[in-house]
Design a protein around this ligand. Structure first.
Ligand code: CU
Length: 278
């Protein structure tokens, strides 16, 4: 027993000695908005597996070192984290858990080496959305080079579904409405369910400055009063195949849109579009 303990201790100490941690200050990434807090990420790289990293996020009032402890629950979570590889091919949406010290932590496994752009999106201390971007090298610290966003058209296939938008061309500086329809076997899908309380989640990233826009389509025909907070739906609810996406893009450019929704058997799907904002 004693021998085992000392062996464990040796292994533990050697892991400690080869893991390294660094703190990265976040870049404000919510398009068109000035930040009201600062954001930080402490990442612990474990040399035992470069594709597994411990992530620790926190926000502070500006120019402070004291983590904020209070966050609003939004779309069923206190912090939404989106990770996108530099080539825009990999998209992950995760939810670290808030501890009493104001730190959100999660251990994240990555499948492919890349620089990941990590966006944290939360509403601390009753403020509006604060979004920060961190650039995290995972097993590779070279940028992917120029991102190629091939035109997708207005309809894409994902799993058994076809997702159709009414347009992939937007006008910057104004509120646009995009109809979203999800089909299965050529007919409006009847087996959709909310994901994190809403029919779908839409994240737009600008392919040049990496600015972030996150919106949630609303059920067509439902209560579309945008002045009210969005009511979240339970996972068991059914979700309509027709939705309306209100989005205001502030900068002209090319965007990738990831539209995430939940279909039959609790399965998540991501429909990917290239959008052009003039
Ligand atoms: Cu989320």
């Amino acid at each position: 027993m004693k021998a085992l303990l000392s062996k464990c201790l040796v292994v533990f100490v050697s892991i400690l000695s080869i893991s390294r941690a660094e703190t990265i200050k976040g870049i404000s990434a919510l398009q068109g908005e000035a930040p009201q807090t600062d954001g930080f990420l402490r990442v612990t790289h474990l040399a035992t597996n470069p594709f597994e990293q411990k992530l620790d996020f926190w926000m502070t009032p500006q120019h402070s070192t004291v983590p904020i402890k209070s966050y609003q629950v939004e779309m069923t979570q206190k912090l939404h984290v989106v990770l996108v590889s530099d080539d825009f091919r990999t998209f992950l949406h995760i939810h670290p858990q808030l501890g009493p010290n104001g730190h959100f932590t999660i251990t994240q496994k990555f499948a492919t080496p890349a620089i990941y752009h990590v966006y944290v999106d939360g509403e601390p201390n009753n403020l509006n959305h604060q979004v920060f971007r961190f650039d995290l090298p995972v097993g590779n610290d070279k940028p992917a080079g120029a991102r190629v966003l091939p035109p997708t058209g207005m309809g894409v296939h994902v799993g058994p579904y076809e997702v159709d938008l009414s347009t992939v061309r937007l006008h910057s500086g104004q509120m646009e409405m995009i109809d979203v329809e999800i089909l299965k076997d050529g007919k409006p899908a009847k087996d959709l369910h909310p994901y994190l309380g809403v029919p779908a989640h839409a994240v737009f990233l600008n392919d040049k400055d990496l600015s972030y826009v996150h919106v949630h389509p609303m059920a067509m025909g439902g209560d579309m009063d945008m002045s009210k907070p969005v009511a979240t739906l339970p996972d068991s609810a059914s979700s309509p195949p027709e939705m309306m996406l209100h989005v205001s893009i502030k900068e002209a450019g090319t965007y990738k849109l990831w539209l995430q929704f939940r279909g039959a058997n609790n399965q998540l799907y991501i429909a990917e579009f290239t959008m052009l904002a003039s």
